[in-house]
Design a protein around this ligand. Sequence first.
Ligand SMILES: Nc1nc2c([nH]c(=O)n2[C@H]2C[C@H](O)[C@@H](COP(=O)(O)OP(=O)(O)OP(=O)(O)O)O2)c(=O)[nH]1
Ligand SMILES: [Mg+2]
Length: 341
Amino acid sequence: MAVTEADTSAAPDVRLSTERLTLRAVTPDDAEQLHRLLNDWEVCRMLQAVPFPYPRLIADQFIADSVSQRLDGRAYHFAVTGQEDGREVLVGAVGLKLLRGQRRATIGYWVGRKFWGHGVAREATGRVLRWALANLDLDVVEATVAIDNTASTAVLRAIGFREIGRGEEVFLSRGSGSHAVLRFEAARGDLSPAPNLTTPAAAALPTHGVPLLLVAACVLIDAQGRVLIARRPEGRAMAGLWEFPGGKLEPGESPEEALVRELREELGVDVARSCLAPFVFASHTYEKFHLLMPLFLCRRWQGQPFPKEGQLIRWVSTDELMDYQMLPADRPLLPLLRDLL
Ligand SMILES: Nc1nc2c([nH]c(=O)n2[C@H]2C[C@H](O)[C@@H](COP(=O)(O)OP(=O)(O)OP(=O)(O)O)O2)c(=O)[nH]1
Ligand SMILES: [Mg+2]
């Protein structure tokens, strides 16, 4: 099965929410409000692909295109809405376009002028960025802003984007000729929440100035020799990458005890300690910690694995495993697993 196809299949009707906002697919019912908010020189002049004045016909065309682009996974245009006097009102939009075959996308956004100054762009764009890196086959999201757009530059920096250089772009609303822009990028590492390093080992054994983190993980193997992998959900460090089920040792736990607990918490399966066979270990320096991770094999458990923590799970052959973006520490272990199975 092609990874790209399967992973984006759940995305067309995605609906995201933040503390104050809802982000959902743009629909033809949005055309009137969208046209009214966008047909504003102060908004248009910051957008590359929008003419000014902004004709209603272009709003309708944009919405029709965004429906088909979303269905085939080329772009996700979100209407950003809020509540005003108990009604849902459009306040702006965020668009994400995938660059085919590159594991990259570009992001753009605008907010209606009367909603400026309330952190809408930051809240909405940050939400889409986190969703995209956790759920689409992407490693990097790019953004470009006009050099005179200081508000937007501040938004990008606050979300975690890094400035990577300058360039020139045409802005339709500003007429012919190119205008100076700043280019930004964000990858998973720019978003990662700091890991919660609570194990006693972490405190006791710093390595090269970073703490040592002890994690136990397990390869569940089914009767056809397929293995279970899980995609780290949004909100976790390294969200969007795949891993073997498992987690950090809690104080006083052995690796086996930690795994019995983690497999129940993450997948709802019961495993006896005697069914966990030590296989290999990972030893890998991440930016903020050094990971030491024994990897066990297990062929017998009770219950049907079920993703209890919002993760995506998948049974894959060891050949298919090579097509998945696994966590960096796991990559050297995969050929060993393939040789075994
Ligand atoms: N479970 C698991 N973790 C891995 C693998 N490879 C790898 O680098 N890690 C890293 C990612 C994380 O930094 C760390 C595991 O931490 P985690 O956040 O999943 O820990 P946990 O399940 O105890 O979750 P939490 O309660 O702290 O939220 O180990 C793997 O194959 N499986
Ligand atoms: Mg875990």
